[in-house]
Design a binder for this molecule. Structure first.
Ligand SMILES: Cc1cc2nc3c(=O)[nH]c(=O)nc-3n(C[C@H](O)[C@H](O)[C@H](O)COP(=O)(O)OP(=O)(O)OC[C@H]3O[C@@H](n4cnc5c(N)ncnc54)[C@H](O)[C@@H]3O)c2cc1C
Length: 381
């Protein structure tokens, strides 16, 4: 069982899968070593992805999207994971969703088509050096001054940060308000913006092909009309409402990566010889792979259920937290077992399993750590 047999993937979705797969194999895969060395995709990768509808496949055509559903978005995530390619298109989709859900008509028309075409790259900036899981503790401020906001503060670990022309920023518009009540989301256009700067690429242990950096705001001014939503103070609620979408995406990637680890390893152990046999001839190898395949398949059935629930508008916060937590733990467990079955070669970056293992680790940390996911699940008990 694999994504090719998922119940939510009808003929049109499978056709889309074929074109996405071909595009990734032809355009992205040959550039991977280069992307990893430069800590991010080539600038031209964005419009190229936009041209085949890979960036915002579930955005309505009215706003320049491909007019598909989350099934199309899932296909993109699966095919990227299947190829072992990291591309910040996920974040593009997340920001587009914020705009579509909370943006004014003018904001949607202004930014969504360029995001879909890949002419504009988006980032979402919540995390700060002293506030990650505790998002309510952010210190970046956006003070209203006439028809503008004046923004000061810094953000860290921001995916697409170096290239982002549009940053969806979480800032305190009312620093005196308690808990999340003073937080608002503001769209910041970064081009030639006085007071805005980005740090160098952060030195990560994996995901080298995707750029991650710090953002600095030193008295940056943006028009007040860039506030997302009808009033200040709604940002925390907006983030909480949309995080399940991001968590579902993380779960989709987790299952596809786990399936890929099993496939890569099954192939490897049937070729590699030790003690005049293949590694696959050892019962331990077969049992370990049998366990991994079973776990990946349980994950596949769960994620397919979550995708179907989401498509039907019924995916709840608790189930999406379960998906993010359990599927990423499963991904990491499988990646680790599969690396072990590669022996020393599994530790060499030249082998895809080594990269899959180091790329997997962050899945348990971002989009809300797995400990926070367990808190969300526990609230339902
Ligand atoms: C590669 C990468 C890309 C990222 N991309 C983005 C991005 O694009 N935009 C963005 O805004 N952020 C991004 N992040 C940040 C990410 O979302 C945070 O790292 C994450 O939310 C955790 O915050 P923290 O790092 O401050 O850890 P902390 O909050 O300091 O947590 C440290 C540990 O304490 C645990 N912990 C904290 N609170 C609790 C609690 N209440 N109960 C139990 N355990 C707890 C955590 O689970 C964790 O194990 C990215 C991070 C990485 C590594």
């Amino acid at each position: 069982m694999s994504a090719d047999h998922s119940p939510w993937a009808d003929d049109s979705v499978q056709l889309f899968r074929k074109s996405v797969r071909r595009f990734i194999e032809e355009q992205f895969l040959p550039r991977q070593t280069h992307w990893r060395a430069q800590h991010g995709p080539d600038p031209e990768a964005w419009p190229a992805a936009g041209r085949i509808g890979l960036l915002l496949p579930d955005l309505p055509e009215d706003y320049g999207g491909a007019g598909g559903s989350f099934a199309h978005q899932a296909v993109v995530l699966e095919e990227l994971a299947r190829a072992g390619v990291h591309f910040g298109g996920v974040i593009q989709a997340v920001v587009a969703r914020y705009l579509l859900t909370y943006g004014s008509e003018a904001q949607r028309r202004r930014w969504l088509p360029s995001l879909a075409r890949g002419e504009l790259v988006a980032a979402i900036a919540m995390t700060e050096p002293d506030a990650g899981s505790n998002l309510q503790g952010i210190k970046t401020t956006a003070r209203r001054d006439g028809d503008r906001y004046r923004i000061s503060g810094s953000k860290t670990f921001i995916t697409n940060g170096a290239r982002a022309g549009l940053v969806c920023l979480a800032a305190k518009t009312d620093p005196r308000a308690t808990a999340g009540r003073g937080i608002s989301l503001i769209l910041v256009e970064t081009r030639d913006l006085a007071g805005y700067s980005t740090g160098p690429a952060l030195d990560k242990i994996g995901m080298h092909g995707q750029d991650t950096c710090e953002l600095f705001f030193d008295g940056v001014e943006v028009p007040a009309e860039n506030l997302l939503g009808p009033a200040e103070g709604k940002g925390f609620a907006q983030l909480m409402e949309q995080l399940p979408y991001e968590r579902l995406m993380v779960g989709v990637t987790a299952v596809a990566a786990a399936e890929r680890a099993v496939e890569l390893t099954a192939r490897y152990v049937k070729e590699r010889q030790a003690f005049d046999k293949t590694l696959f001839d050892f019962q331990n190898t077969r049992f370990k792979l049998a366990e991994c395949k079973t776990q990946a398949q349980v994950g596949r059935i769960f994620i397919d259920h979550c995708i179907q629930q989401f498509l039907a508008g019924r995916l709840d916060d608790v189930t999406s937290a379960m998906a993010k937590y359990w599927l990423t733990e499963t991904q990491c467990r499988i990646a680790d077992e599969c690396l072990q079955l590669h022996g020393g070669y599994g530790y060499m970056n030249e082998y895809p399993i080594a990269r899959l293992w180091s790329d997997s680790r962050v899945q348990r940390i971002y989009a809300g750590t797995n400990e926070i996911m367990k808190e969300v699940i526990a609230w339902s008990l």
